[in-house]
Design a protein around this ligand. Sequence first.
Ligand SMILES: NC(=O)c1ccc[n+]([C@@H]2O[C@H](COP(=O)([O-])OP(=O)(O)OC[C@H]3O[C@@H](n4cnc5c(N)ncnc54)[C@H](OP(=O)(O)O)[C@@H]3O)[C@@H](O)[C@H]2O)c1
Length: 295
Amino acid sequence: MSSPVNNASFRLENLFGMKGKVALITGGGSGIGLMATQSLAVNGAKVYITGRTKEKLDRVVDLYGKDISGEIIAIPADVTSKESIQKLVDEISAKESELDILINNAGISSAKQNTDHEDSKELQQELFHNTSTVSDWEDVMRTNVMQLFFVTTAFLPLLSKSTEDTSGWSSTVINISSISGIIKESQHHFVYNASKAAAIHLTKMLAHEIASSGVKIRVNNIAPGVFPSEMTAKESGDKQKSSLEKEKFEGKVPAGRPGKDEDMAGAVLFTASNQYLNGQTVVVDGGYVLATGSV
Ligand SMILES: NC(=O)c1ccc[n+]([C@@H]2O[C@H](COP(=O)([O-])OP(=O)(O)OC[C@H]3O[C@@H](n4cnc5c(N)ncnc54)[C@H](OP(=O)(O)O)[C@@H]3O)[C@@H](O)[C@H]2O)c1
């Protein structure tokens, strides 16, 4: 007798289902982190969100944690401190025996520079004297790069346990990098773009070293184009959501608009669930990189 056809494994819930999964999302209280939180929690995952501002996290739990098949739980933490990361590990370990999905999303932007000078002295004045400080470089690298390494390595045992205990599933780390780490323009912020390039390379190194150690955890990164967030819109409203004017993107990005919640949600579900994806950059940018032609 021949074996039955495998149509059932092609159902959406079997390809992308998040029921019963446990996730941690840093910076889950706004912007892209909140989009990722909703995409996992609405589809059944228990999602721990962290950030430095407790009120923001509590508002997300209150607004988005009701009447969904999953759950959202707030744990305030500063991911640039090793002590704070260890406390986070301790708190989650006390409640969970494993972690299925870690999304390192927390990030900050940097000071802006005007690169439109044609004279070397003017360029020096702007880039060396006026707009760049060592502390800005340190802050951005600490938040956008260093924490990816420390948060990921701190959670290795809990992540590994998830793979060991779940047949057909390997746990996953998703770093939120940026197209700013891919294109050659500084976009008027050298340190931010350098930090995102570092985040992409750190993803590859972690994926490689973890796999070489025989530990089964997939490490990928999502490189977003422009999405509405507190970083890009400078604020969020009473629903913790931000908005950007579509008109500013017409003619600049092939999609002709900024990214939407749903664009990010689909990318997060795909990256979290696809068991054959490891060490990769998933670019979700409405064609931004394509348009700049500058890879
Ligand atoms: N929006 C875009 O267009 C875009 C494009 C490409 C990449 N990204 C990346 O996407 C990620 C999310 O940014 P976003 O645009 O969504 O901006 P956002 O709304 O400002 O979100 C960043 C979140 O990170 C948290 N955070 C910052 N520093 C932290 C720290 N030390 N410890 C814990 N949490 C911290 C912030 O909360 P607290 O301030 O309360 O801590 C905030 O909720 C960032 O890595 C960013 O670089 C964004």
